[in-house]
Each structure stands twice: as structure tokens, then as C-alpha cells.
Design a protein around this ligand. Structure first.
Ligand code: BGC
Length: 396
């Protein structure tokens, strides 16, 4: 019996030793590989942590799809977690989408507002949670918003106005044989819209005042020519009404200032189908939307102002990094960023309320695109390619 017990004990010990053998192999694996995730060793400090909430207005206007994708991609490529939401151009929806992002624990918000004046409560909530906000492209009217990344909005309008002065040869036009123009502006809820309109108007006003340029409808005030939500059909309807009321007898119309491409699309449709005159109407735009670039190639729209949203997203990423690292957003940041595009610091223009608080603004530089230069401005830098039919296709 004793022998049997000794044998059983010996067997148990053999099994126990065999079982212990497996963990022993772990000791042969270098300790570092087990405990340190590879990413932390290769990614610079400060880039692996951070959750970014990105709130965009709508997918129904082309550019925001590009902005949203670029922003999410850039943040993720830099090692951040990013959540992107669209709010269907509904203000209440955007408020609750941002509240959700705050509840999910974001460290920073990047917001392009549907209505810049309607986010007060949720901006206060962000501030109460120590979340900084970058107003992206469109300013938010709330003093908790300290940063703004956009293009120089006023100069978008200036470029449109200057283009028309040149294209209509206003310098050599006299009041006894004037040029005729109509106006379509953007969404009154969008802080950018008056900047675009005023930029263009400041260039064109002297010609309107001297009678060299005439607006037959006399609709020249922003509030009258504005287009809710930048909607193409709204712009189309208003343009059809104007054409029916003032141009039905084929009265001459030389130009239509449109603040952006979505409104230019509606105006172009109206002019193509309803304008009784036989001259080409010079139509302006902004953004480089694919449908509008098609119209530019086809000679239906004369120009667009291009704003490279990939660069806007790049700038936003670098500013977000600085904010999250507690570093200043200033000229030194721009100088050190090494961007291959121009951007200017403005700490005065974009006030967020009548307290005078101004968002620290990084403003990129827009460019005029015409049938003569789209190869150079859009295709050569790689923003667009040309398809087999000669039309432009956006990259990314
Ligand atoms: C943007 C424009 C755009 C418009 C409508 C503005 O805030 O700056 O680029 O055309 O919104 O989407």
C-alpha cells in the first residue's frame, strides 16, 4: 500500500512539473513585448491620447462631406480617437449631437455650426466640462469659443467682386451703357454669409453708385438676397421670380453674383431655362463643388472660389494638438507648423459677442478658379483629377 501511495505521489509530481513547464516558456519572451503596446513606443507622446468630437452641419451640401472625412482621417492618422456626426441642417439636432459627444467624454470639439447663434447652452455645457471648442469654418457666437479655423471669408467675396469688375470690364464701362447684375447671398444664420457678401459688395458698390452697374430688381441688401440654408432650390425659385419679374422681355442681364456653389447651381438652372436674353450671364460661386466645376468646364458658371478643405483640416489638427498640450495658438505655432499653404493669424476680427471677446483665428487663403486656371489650381496640387470626359473629380 505504501508503495502504491509512493507511486501515485510520484505520478502527481510528474504531472505537476509538466504543467509548470508551460508558463516557463513565457519567461523566454522579452518582458518589454508583453507589457508595452507597440504603438506607444513609436507614436510621439501627446498624440496617442485624446478623443475628438467633430460636428458638421449636413451631408446635403457637398463640401461638408469632404471636411468631415478629412478631419476624421487626419485626427485618426495622428493617433486620436474621433467621432464624426452630421446634423441634417437641423439646429436642435446639432445641439443634441454635441451634447452626446460631451456625454461620451470628448476632450475637444470641432464644430461647424448650422446656426452660429444657436449653440449658447451647449457651449456653456462644453465649458463646464473643460472642453475647448474649435469653431470650424463658421464662427460660433459664444464667448466660450476661443479658437476659429477658416478661410479669410471677406476675401472670398473680394475675389468674386474683383472677378466681376474684370469680366464685365467695368473700368471701361459708362453709365449710358451700363452692365446689369443680380445678387444671391448665403444663409443669414451662417456668420460667414455677410462676410462673403460684404467683401463682394465693397468692391462693386462704387460701380453701382456711379450707375455703371445696375441691378434691375433693386434687390441689393443682404437680408433681401439671402438664401436660407444655402439651399439650391430656394436660390432657383428666387432667381426664377426675378427673371419673370424683370427680364421676361429679354432685358439684358450680364452677371449674377452668387456667394457659393450651392446657390450658383440654382441660379444657373434658372438662367439656363428662363433667361430670355441671348448673352452669357456671368455667374460666380465658391467651393469647387463637382457639379459647379462641371458647369465651369461647360461654360455655364464663370468662376468659383476654391478653399482647400484638406488644408483647413490640417491646420485644425495642429491647433487641436497645441490646445490639448496646453500650448499657445499663436504666430510661433504657424511659423513652426511647416504647412505648405498660407495661413494668417487674426485675433481681432472674429468677435463672438458684443463683449468684444474675439476667437483666435487662423485664416487660410482662398483662390479664384476659372476655366483658364483649374488645371494649375486644382489638378496639379492633387485636389482633383480629370475624368475621361474632361470633368473634374474631387480626390478624397
Ligand atoms: C462655407 C462655404 C459653403 C457654405 C454652404 C459656408 O459656411 O464657408 O464654403 O459654401 O457654408 O455650405
Amino acid at each position: 500500500m505504501k508503495k502504491l501511495l509512493a507511486l501515485l505521489l510520484a505520478l502527481v509530481m510528474v504531472f505537476a512539473l509538466a504543467a509548470c513547464g508551460e508558463p516557463a516558456t513565457e519567461e523566454t519572451t522579452p518582458a518589454g513585448e508583453e507589457t508595452t503596446p507597440a504603438g506607444e513606443e513609436t507614436t510621439p507622446a501627446g498624440e496617442t491620447t485624446g478623443f475628438i468630437g467633430i460636428s458638421m452641419p449636413t451631408q446635403s451640401l457637398e463640401r461638408w462631406n469632404r471636411d468631415g472625412n478629412f478631419l476624421k482621417e487626419q485626427f485618426e492618422a495622428a493617433g486620436y480617437q474621433a467621432e464624426l456626426v452630421y446634423s441634417d441642417n437641423e439646429v436642435d439636432q446639432q445641439v443634441s449631437d454635441i451634447q452626446n459627444l460631451i456625454a461620451q467624454g470628448v476632450d475637444l470639439l470641432v464644430i461647424s455650426a448650422i446656426d452660429g447663434a444657436a449653440l449658447n447652452t451647449v457651449m456653456d455645457e462644453a465649458a463646464a466640462n473643460d472642453i475647448e471648442v474649435i469653431a470650424y469654418d463658421r464662427l460660433i457666437m459664444n464667448d466660450n469659443v476661443n479658437y476659429y479655423v477658416s478661410f479669410d471669408n471677406y476675401s472670398v467675396g473680394t475675389l468674386q467682386g474683383e472677378f466681376l469688375v474684370e469680366a464685365l470690364d467695368l473700368e471701361n464701362t459708362t453709365a449710358d451703357d451700363p452692365k446689369y447684375i443680380e445678387f444671391t447671398a448665403g444663409d443669414p444664420a451662417d456668420n460667414n454669409a455677410p462676410f462673403f457678401f460684404n467683401g463682394a459688395m465693397d468692391v462693386l458698390k462704387p460701380y453701382l453708385e456711379s450707375g455703371v452697374l445696375v441691378c434691375r430688381s433693386e434687390q441689393t441688401e443682404f437680408d433681401v438676397v439671402a438664401t436660407e440654408q444655402w439651399n439650391t432650390d430656394t436660390a432657383l425659385d428666387r432667381a426664377q421670380n426675378i427673371l419673370a419679374s424683370y427680364y421676361s422681355g429679354g432685358e439684358r442681364l450680364d452677371a449674377w453674383l452668387c456667394s457659393n456653389d450651392s446657390t450658383a447651381l440654382g441660379v444657373t438652372q434658372a438662367v439656363t431655362s428662363d433667361y430670355a436674353g441671348d448673352n452669357t450671364v456671368i455667374i460666380t460661386g465658391q467651393d469647387g463643388d463637382v457639379a459647379n466645376l462641371r458647369n465651369i468646364v461647360d461654360g455655364l458658371q464663370a468662376m468659383t472660389v476654391y478653399k482647400a478643405v484638406a488644408n483647413e483640416a490640417d491646420a485644425t489638427l495642429d491647433i487641436a494638438k497645441a490646445i490639448l498640450a496646453g500650448e499657445p495658438v499663436d504666430q510661433a505655432l504657424i511659423d513652426a507648423a511647416g504647412w505648405d499653404f498660407e495661413a494668417n493669424l487674426d485675433t481681432e476680427t472674429y468677435t463672438t459677442s458684443d463683449t468684444g471677446h474675439a476667437a483666435t483665428s487662423i485664416l487660410l487663403v482662398p483662390e479664384t478658379v476659372t476655366p483658364d486656371n483649374y488645371e494649375e489650381v486644382l489638378v496639379e496640387p492633387g485636389y482633383y483629377t480629370v475624368d475621361g470626359d474632361g470633368y473634374l473629380v474631387a480626390v478624397g
